[in-house]
Design a protein around this ligand. Structure first.
Ligand SMILES: [Zn+2]
Length: 335
């Protein structure tokens, strides 16, 4: 998770060397391409066992750190529609970032990474996409807090951990946030996804709670039995001057529940699919990726188009139980 600008998840390639920038399958999930085939990155052996490095940081003891992490893990484990589970395996002398087979969360002091608050790295089985190890480092070059109400000027361990554990689950970023550009950089003014790549300001604790978009993502990855029957999907194609738009952000707003769930167009033809939606009528909006850095979502050499005006589909789109909306065409105009 970044403080004001750049990138977030890095991959440690001991088992594989694959680009992870592109969400090859769907909006919220990390995917890798293996022999030209898109494979979802996820844990298969549950619960996920994790270790906590036995050292704290200024103002945060190792025990306080472990307790805040446990609360963040609980928030994901408590998603009623997802089967993900975790098991705290206790303290370790190991550090995050070591390829030792242990999933380890801990502080490291990385003053050169001056806008990276925390980062998640993975080991992945290259043949299956199965996650073997995920480490999360918290940058103790920043000031941290575990206080119940947060502390001014200090980043909240639980809130930042909730975002990084989303990556540990196999989720990529969501663009459901709004920022404004100030003299000191981008500032987040609101979000509707913990997986938005830019953190709220120090002291803010809003990101201790998951949003509908996060819940849909983790439920899609770790499906409970009747997920496919109880939810539906919305798919379509975004075009500009008759040609497909790659990397357009598509947001589905459920009129009945108020949930915002989003995805991206991921083919040169501009096709998108947003899964895990509560059935019912949705408002559909398309917007360019301009509230965060493109590299937080896509590879630098991907041809993401941000030169168009946001647009609403002129009609409500009904997402059916256990099915798809049918292809929804959305034309945007250059800006
Ligand atoms: Zn992130």
């Amino acid at each position: 998770l970044i403080h004001a600008g750049r990138r977030v998840a890095r991959i440690v390639g001991a088992v594989i060397v694959l680009s992870m920038g592109r969400p090859a399958i769907a909006y919220l999930k990390y995917g890798v391409e293996i022999d030209g085939r898109a494979v979802t990155v996820r844990w298969s052996g549950l619960p996920v066992r994790y270790h906590v490095t036995d050292r704290g940081a200024a103002n945060v003891t190792a025990d306080q750190f472990a307790s805040a992490l446990a609360r963040a893990f609980s928030s994901w484990a408590n998603v009623a529609t997802a089967s993900i589970e975790y098991q705290a395996a206790g303290f370790t002398g190991a550090l995050p970032g070591q390829d030792d087979g242990l999933s380890t969360l801990g502080f490291l002091t990385e003053p050169d990474m001056d806008n990276v608050l925390a980062s998640t790295s993975y080991l992945i089985d290259a043949s299956t996409g199965e996650l073997l190890e995920a480490d999360i480092f918290f940058n103790s070059a920043f000031d941290w807090s575990t206080a119940a109400a947060g502390e001014p000027g200090r980043f909240d361990v639980e809130a930042i951990a909730l975002h990084e554990i989303g990556h540990l689950n196999g989720l990529g970023h969501s663009l459901l946030g709004e920022t404004e550009v100030t003299s000191t950089g981008r500032r987040v003014t609101a979000n509707a996804a913990v997986m938005f790549p830019i953190a709220f300001a120090a002291g803010d604790i809003q990101n201790r709670a998951l949003h509908a978009d996060d819940v849909a993502g983790v439920s899609d990855l770790y499906r409970m039995g009747d997920f496919d029957e109880r939810t539906g999907s919305l798919s379509g194609r975004v075009t500009k001057n008759g040609r497909g738009v790659f990397g357009a952000h598509v947001v589905a707003f459920n009129l009945a529940t108020g949930a915002l769930i989003a995805g991206f167009t991921l083919t040169p033809e501009g096709r998108f699919t947003i899964g895990g939606l509560t059935p019912g009528p949705h408002v559909v909006r398309v917007e360019p990726l301009d509230d965060a850095e493109i590299e937080s979502f896509f590879d630098v050499d991907d041809d993401v188009d941000i030169e168009f005006r946001p647009a609403f589909h002129p009609r409500l789109i009904v997402v059916p139980d256990g099915g798809d909306s049918g292809s929804v065409p959305i034309a945007v105009v250059p800006r």
